[in-house]
Design a protein. Structure first.
Length: 179
């Protein structure tokens, strides 16, 4: 599909976009909140500009796109740090928790917005790894390459983050059953 898109096949690119964009936006929502859609658009613009230089297969394409998205996000954070601005409101997140497979359980028990909110409550490095693994559907090696960490570190971050989500969902379930 990637080779066809590189050759100018618009339908192939459209297929790649349809498959990857929802996962990309969910990942970016964890990192960038309300700016996720804008960041996704910037990412796809960069993908279009660099598509002819991409070397790899369809599986590697997703990792490449998520890497571009992450770099765009980090660039935006650096720009914001140079020109700080005040937020309109102080957003505070409540601590919630999950079971043995919180990724599957979250999808089954709660809506996308709630899942993104829960993931967003994790430590930033855990949230990013969990988002790339569960929302992005990427393998450990791909996530490690994107975030610049060793695969073992990615596994530990994902495990700790998913464990924390499991605990939050379990606490929520207990609370719901008492009401």
């Amino acid at each position: 599909m990637v080779a066809r898109a590189q050759a100018g096949d618009e339908e192939a690119f459209r297929t790649l976009w349809r498959d990857l964009n929802p996962r990309l936006v969910r990942y970016l929502r964890v990192l960038a909140g309300d700016d996720a859609e804008d960041l996704a658009a910037q990412t796809w613009e960069a993908v279009i500009c660099g598509l002819d230089r991409f070397q790899g297969d369809d599986d590697g394409f997703a990792g490449w796109v998520f890497t571009i998205a992450r770099h765009r996000h980090l660039d935006g954070r650096r720009r914001a740090a140079r020109r700080p601005h005040e937020l309109a409101a102080d957003y505070r997140l409540e601590l919630l928790a999950a079971g043995d497979d919180p990724g599957a359980e979250a999808v089954n028990r709660i809506g996308t917005a709630d899942a993104l909110r829960l993931i967003g409550m994790l430590a930033p490095d855990q949230a990013e790894v969990v988002a790339l693994r569960t929302l992005g559907g990427l393998e450990v090696a791909e996530v490690a390459a994107i975030v610049g960490k060793r695969p073992g570190t990615v596994r530990v971050l994902a495990h700790r983050g998913l464990r924390r989500l499991a605990e939050a969902l379990e606490a929520t379930r207990l609370f719901d059953s008492e009401v």
